[in-house]
Design a protein around this ligand. Structure first.
Ligand code: ZN
Length: 151
């Protein structure tokens, strides 16, 4: 993890050690499973929806520090957002971690705490770890029951 600056690294390690919104979500409206065979990351994302707004989100699973921290920080970022806002947020997040900076650095790109994953763009193999929770969450949003695989 030497490629992250110290502050970012601290946030990632903290969310890995104490993931927020971790565990099953009773009464979830939707769920999906994600799998990143390249690294061995596996997780399930649970959503509660009110129309097109996410009112609650949780996850469980096991994986590397980046996949767990990314899922944890994602759950904090999603509550109260609409499907459209979430898709837009993911587009900016993906642009940042894949190094497509023109989109990630738009003034409107307010990624907040998700900025801690900016260093991932230097390590393409880690992009799948950082985006697994997002792909899985989007599958749950679209109510598709299949397991998402990054491969
Ligand atoms: Zn991983």
């Amino acid at each position: 993890m030497s490629y992250f600056n110290e502050l970012y690294q601290e946030v990632i390690l903290d969310h890995n050690k104490r993931p927020r919104n971790f565990g099953e979500l009773p009464g979830a409206d939707s769920r999906a499973n994600g799998n990143n065979p390249l690294c061995g990351d596996r997780l399930t994302v649970y959503l509660k929806l009110d129309g097109k707004t996410v009112t609650d989100v949780r996850f469980k699973g096991a994986g590397c520090a980046i996949s767990t921290a990314s899922a944890s920080l994602m759950t904090e970022a999603l509550k109260g957002k609409t499907v459209e806002e979430i898709e837009h947020l993911f587009a900016r997040f993906r642009a940042m971690v894949t190094g497509k900076t023109s989109l990630a650095e738009e003034p409107a790109a307010k990624l907040g705490k998700l900025e801690v994953f900016r260093g991932v763009s230097d390590y393409p193999v880690r992009v799948k770890c950082a985006t697994l929770a997002w792909h899985t969450m989007l599958a749950a949003l679209r109510q598709s029951d299949e397991t998402v695989s990054t491969e």
